[in-house]
Design a protein around this ligand. Structure first.
Ligand SMILES: Nc1nc2c(ncn2[C@@H]2O[C@H](COP(=O)(O)OP(=O)(O)OP(=O)(O)O)[C@@H](O)[C@H]2O)c(=O)[nH]1
Length: 537
């Protein structure tokens, strides 16, 4: 049962698989695979390129910001150095010192506040005055470092006495004879607008990237999220790399599993580093739109390709289908003409058509020969009984009236006895030749037995059939057949349709008329009585 179900399924699949479908399947699947492959490769390559480009951009961006920040800090240091000279010269004049401190703060936006401090850490003047810290002793980290090192410094970030997170940049004050007087310093507020935040915010990207500045203690000096400024960040590979003084790029994964593409560069003026980062997702976001565009642009071409393949598959399959259809009726006489009409436009189909044409030629020749052999009497080359039956069937089917002449050689036994069987055969052949010379093209002659012949003469009336029989009988009687000499024949004549008789009955009636001819003296023609009567009426 299972076997039958399986073979039924297989045969259904086989019948639905034709060449056109196979070509279509093959070509369309190849097209789709190629398209998907190139789509995927292009996506992959573009993704890689975007990543590499984003990393490069971030690195270049970090380096650029480092250079700007370095310049700003150097400018601030130069301004302090200039003011330090002015203040040292006028150290004894508190008014001039205060004026210079104010000028220093106001001339550029380098500092949020400025102070002049003596060597005992007391504030001589501070700008803006609103800070109200003049006269106080300054013990901040930056102040201590300035007094300790007595050279230009940029401090680590710390909380100022005015409660701001700041960095402090200072320059020592020396007299002309190198006496240390104290220092002049400026603060930059990290959480308030300052030259640092101005520079970094100016460069802030709008494309999902951001940057931060980190000091050597891994503390954030700048971050777009102000809340995080001052926070220490540990365990970050990029921060560790930039604080070692390296410049470069890195792909990192955050605790929230966000992939970040980072570029980083260290400052030269201070032990800080700038890191720019962009998430992989926002970097690749334009790619989705791009790939949709690629899809939209390639869709019409893809559709055109499928249509082209479909048309081509039809064109390839058509001659083979036509050849296969013609192969079902190879025996028909119209087949060679049908084969010639098949448009075999490519080599294989043309070769197949040629082979089929040759095959059909051979086959039809064979069929012709076999048919001829099956329907011909080998001795006389006349039709045989089988051929007679087919011919009669065709005539009756087409309601074509006809006469039947049943012919028999008189005393043929004597011929055989006297001259031998072979000479008897020659006589039979000679009689066949005489019959063929007498009948019309539309008449039909057959040898139906030993020395019995039948002529079917269509569309004649009984009298015409009788005349034909007489003509034949006389010609035979007057023809010398060597070495036998003269022979005679007797003929019985009937016809169809006749008194509602079947064809077999009509043949019998012709035989009976022949018998009558024999009985009444031979060498004569006898018209079957009913047939003859019909003719006279
Ligand atoms: N040579 C030859 N003789 C054949 C062939 N077929 C039949 N005969 C002979 O034809 C003869 C027919 O003889 P009969 O039927 O007695 O008739 P007949 O001698 O012709 O006498 P009637 O027909 O009465 O005039 C026989 O001797 C057969 O052997 C054949 O194919 N070749």
């Amino acid at each position: 049962m299972k076997f039958f179900v399986r073979s039924a399924v297989l045969s259904r699949i086989r019948s639905s698989l034709n060449l056109k479908r196979l070509i279509l399947f093959l070509a369309i699947s190849a097209t789709i695979v190629t398209f998907l492959n190139s789509f995927y490769s292009s996506y992959h390559v573009q993704k890689q390129q975007l990543k590499v480009q984003a990393l490069k951009n971030n690195s270049a961006y970090a380096a650029k910001l480092v250079s700007v920040a370095d310049s700003a800090l150097r400018l601030a240091q130069q301004q302090l150095a200039f003011s330090a000279d002015v203040i040292a010269e006028n150290f004894a004049d508190p008014h001039k010192v205060a004026h210079e401190a104010k000028r220093l703060r106001l001339q550029t936006n380098s500092f949020n506040s400025t102070v002049v401090v003596d060597k005992d850490a007391f504030i001589l003047t501070a700008s803006p005055a609103s800070l109200q810290i003049t006269g106080e002793q300054l013990n901040s980290v930056g102040a201590k470092q300035a007094l300790e090192y007595k050279k230009p410094i940029i401090s680590e970030p710390y909380i100022s006495i005015a409660n701001n997170l700041v960095i402090f940049i200072s320059h020592p004050l020396f007299t002309e004879d190198n006496q240390y007087l104290g220092y002049v310093g400026g603060t930059m507020y990290l959480k308030e607008p300052s030259i640092l935040s101005d520079i970094l915010q100016q460069h802030f990207h709008q494309d999902g990237s951001y940057l931060y500045v980190i000091d050597k203690n891994q503390r954030l000096l700048y971050h777009p999220d102000k809340q995080r400024i001052g926070e220490q960040v540990f365990g970050n590979a990029v921060i560790e790399a930039v604080l070692k003084g390296n410049r470069g790029t890195q792909e990192i994964v955050t605790d929230d599993n966000v992939i970040l593409l980072a570029g980083y560069a260290p400052l030269q003026v201070a032990p800080w580093g700038i890191v720019t980062e962009r998430s992989l997702t926002s970097t690749l976001a334009p790619l989705d739109g791009l790939m949709i565009k690629v899809l939209l642009y390639t869709a019409p071409i893809g559709l055109a390709t499928v249509i082209f393949i479909w048309v081509l598959a039809r064109l390839i399959a058509r001659p083979l289908q036509q050849l296969a259809d013609t192969a079902k009726t190879l025996e028909l006489p119209s087949t060679p003409a049908d084969l010639k009409r098949v448009r075999s436009w490519y080599f294989e189909s043309s070769a197949l058509r040629l082979a089929m044409l040759k095959g059909v030629g051979v086959l039809q020749n064979q069929i012709g020969l076999l048919k001829h052999e099956a329907q011909t009497d080998p001795l006389t080359e006349l039709n045989n009984r089988r051929s007679l039956e087919i011919h009669l069937k065709q005539l009756t089917e087409h309601h074509c009236k006809f006469s039947v002449l049943a012919i028999d050689i008189d005393h043929f036994k004597h011929v055989n006895d006297q001259f031998g069987h072979d000479i008897g055969d020659t006589v039979l052949q000679s009689l066949a030749a005489i019959i063929m010379s007498v009948i019309r093209e539309s008449d039909f002659a057959a040898r139906t037995g030993g020395e019995e012949f039948i002529i079917i003469s269509p569309n004649v009336i009984a009298s015409q059939a009788f005349q034909l029989a007489e003509r034949l009988r006389i010609k035979v009687a007057n023809t010398v057949i060597e070495p036998v000499g003269y022979i005679n024949i007797s003929i019985g004549i009937a016809g169809w349709p006749m008194a509602e008789l079947t064809v077999e009955d009509v043949l019998k009636r012709a035989d009976q008329a022949l018998y009558e001819a024999k009985k009444t003296g031979r060498n004569r023609c006898v018209l079957e009585q009913t047939y003859g009567e019909a003719a006279t009426h």
